[in-house]
Design a protein around this ligand. Sequence first.
Ligand SMILES: C[S@@+](CC[C@H](N)C(=O)[O-])C[C@H]1O[C@@H](n2cnc3c(N)ncnc32)[C@H](O)[C@@H]1O
Length: 431
Amino acid sequence: MYRIDIMTLFPDTVGDVLSESILGRAQERDFLRIETHQIRDYTLNRQKQVDDYPYGGGRGAVLQADPLFRCWEHIRSQAAGTPRTIFLSPCGKTFTQADARRLAWEHDHLILVCGHYEGVDQRFIDECVDEEISLGDFVLTGGEIAAMAVADAVCRLTPGVLADAECFENESHWDGLLEYPQYSRPEVWHGRTVPEVLTTGDHGKIERWRRKQSLLRTRERRPDLYERLDLSSRADQKLLAELERELSRPVLPQPAACRPAREEDLDAMLDIAAQAQRFLASCGVDQWQDGYPERQHLLYDIDRGESYVLTCGGEVCAFFALSPRPEPCYDAITDGKWSSDGDYAVLHRCAVADKYRGAGLGDRMLAECRRLALEQGRGWLRVDTHKKNKTMQGLLRRNKFQYRGNVTVSVNGGHDPRRVAYEKRLSGGNT
Ligand SMILES: C[S@@+](CC[C@H](N)C(=O)[O-])C[C@H]1O[C@@H](n2cnc3c(N)ncnc32)[C@H](O)[C@@H]1O
């Protein structure tokens, strides 16, 4: 059993907090014992005074050495071994997860001393304290909050408190990394979807995604920790190369938002469509080279409530149309077949502005399609593209769309009407 004794002027407050929830249950099951001790009970004066003025002058009062010593001696006299005595102090070494681990694994009994007022008579510290721990570079009124923090962090690493070691081994600061972002149900909340990889059930992929997020977070938020990591393994090198590629893409000035398109967006949408036409031409793709999509097509989508824009800082940076209605030309699929007759949504006309190409808006667009299609009760998402449109096909494959066969669309003026057809099963919906 791990034991912690806390010397404080506020034993009830500290005891109440540490007997709640996980630590409370661990104490009931005898994995832990946390005792609090009122320092005032160890004074020899009737007023139970524990503090006095500081020698040399100055404001405030100092906790006297003698009541502290008596309290400390009482705890030691009842201890089986030699407890480690820690004074919580802003002058101590800043507490880390490595300290929590050391105290949990190298000791089985701690005495935590909470100071108050201006602090504690140095002679008690010199005579009785093994180490001084600070919670951070700030000053608290008393050591109680710091003692509770240290006790909590240490106790949850001791055997029997958490279900198993995995509960803390994957957490922030265990191996020098910050934890990846966590998500729970529902899958769509306030229009924000859970990263799709987490819903795939592919544990290898999920592991890699989580490690990559951890690396990214640590690098961005705690460069001091990041510098100390050993990332020499092949797996980490691969993840870092992926990160480099992703981070060298254009960065959106603000997170993109998705909303239904309005008529006043038409000029911006047509401008983006023209950019996409030029981009496709530069890639040698005979798609949208007949002037399509024209104002009337985009207006048609808006009027039906099937057109959406992604905006960034109010500026339209991409558009797409998502139709809940079956696409007639998909009935005549060749060289393959659709994998289900279930209700599907179709992604039509979509494009991203040149200046945001590579910023992840395509992935975002597909995530929004998935969200909207799920809201419409669709179990499948279908889309077609030109067989030379490698950009679109790469985006689709990256987002787990599967090639299903070929379809023929209507185009003007002798352009190539053949398209490759892709499909993706969505979780939920009527599949
Ligand atoms: C008001 S503080 C005394 C600060 C002291 N005069 C100084 O300037 O270092 C009273 C008590 O709160 C506790 N305390 C304050 N800040 C703390 C911190 N950052 N970490 C741990 N304990 C702290 C210590 O036990 C301290 O003796």
